[in-house]
Design a protein around this ligand. Structure first.
Ligand code: NAD
Length: 260
């Protein structure tokens, strides 16, 4: 379970959950690429994490929906650190609408960021992992990889889709020591979630307090948000687990919201 000097790429790591995972990996001594659309934030995050040590981080500008940008970003990481041991495909956004009101452009954007992003980063990293004799691919799913909620057709579809991708990568990667697993967090108070609270209150015609306590946390065992640290801990576990015994799996970290 040792990440010292392991080379990790975390997408969407300039903020939120991705940043927390990158910070946890750097704290374990890993060399981490903060791959994000937001170039300046990626560099600032990398600087802050490197200062905290003992590992190091670099900022890599990457739009995960663009194949050329993904390939260039992964090549830059390999050029700098020589290998790729761990990929965390985490970049994601949220757009909520009822199905019949969902703009098709928004639907396509959602699927592109979550699914194209996971596919393209995996495709770019696998040749390096094969050449090295193994690696860990981790997808940021959600409780919505297993459950459904109103207004989230695109998100739920994409997050369910990641389970399929992980299972195929696990099967294709088995002979090469490449493992693929999915982390499925419940609600974590990141900007992505903060934005949804007023939006859902408006669409559902209820108060923001009700959105939090009933819609977001109503099915947990204790009405508690999952924390960034909780998710980072699971990301560390999947990254450091070194055999094919743990592959093709998904793990809910959600205060019991989903028990599947
Ligand atoms: P966030 O908005 O705080 O951070 C997302 C990051 O992704 C940002 O830094 C953003 O710049 C980056 N990003 C967006 N589009 C990108 C693109 N095309 N290419 C590269 N980077 C891009 O969000 P978060 O809450 O930290 O979510 C991270 C992941 O966790 C997402 O996949 C999300 O679906 C998942 N998730 C979040 C929660 C939650 O409650 N916050 C729960 C379950 C799963």
């Amino acid at each position: 379970m040792n990440l010292k000097d392991k080379v990790c790429i975390v997408t969407g790591a300039a903020g939120g959950i991705g940043r927390a995972i990158a910070a946890r990996y750097v704290a374990e001594g890993a060399k981490v690429a903060i791959a994000d659309l937001k170039a300046e934030d990626a560099v600032a995050t990398a600087k802050a994490l490197t200062e905290a040590g003992p590992g190091e981080a670099i900022g890599v500008t990457m739009d995960v929906t663009q194949e050329a940008a993904v390939n260039e970003g992964v090549a830059a990481v390999v050029e700098r650190f020589g290998r790729v041991d761990v990929l965390v495909a985490n970049a994601g956004i949220q757009i909520v609408h009822k199905v019949e009101e969902f703009p098709f452009e928004d639907w396509k954007r959602m699927l592109s960021i979550h699914l194209d992003g996971a596919f393209l980063t995996t495709k770019a990293c696998i040749p390096h992992m094969k050449a090295q004799g193994g690696g860990a691919v981790i997808y940021m799913g959600s409780v919505h990889s297993h459950e459904a909620s109103p207004l989230k057709s695109a998100y739920v579809t994409a997050k369910h889709g990641l389970l399929g991708l992980a299972r195929v990568v696990a099967k294709e990667g088995g002979a090469h020591g490449i493992r693929a697993n999915v982390i499925c967090p419940g609600f974590v108070r990141t900007p992505l979630v903060e934005k949804q609270i007023p939006e859902q209150a408006k669409t559902l015609g209820i108060s923001e307090e009700e959105v939090v306590n009933r819609v977001m946390l109503g099915n947990t065992v204790d009405t508690e948000f999952t924390t960034l640290e909780d998710v980072a801990e699971v990301a560390l576990f999947f990254a450091g687990f070194e055999t094919n015994a743990l592959t093709g799996q998904s793990l809910n970290v959600s205060h019991g919201w989903s028990m599947r």
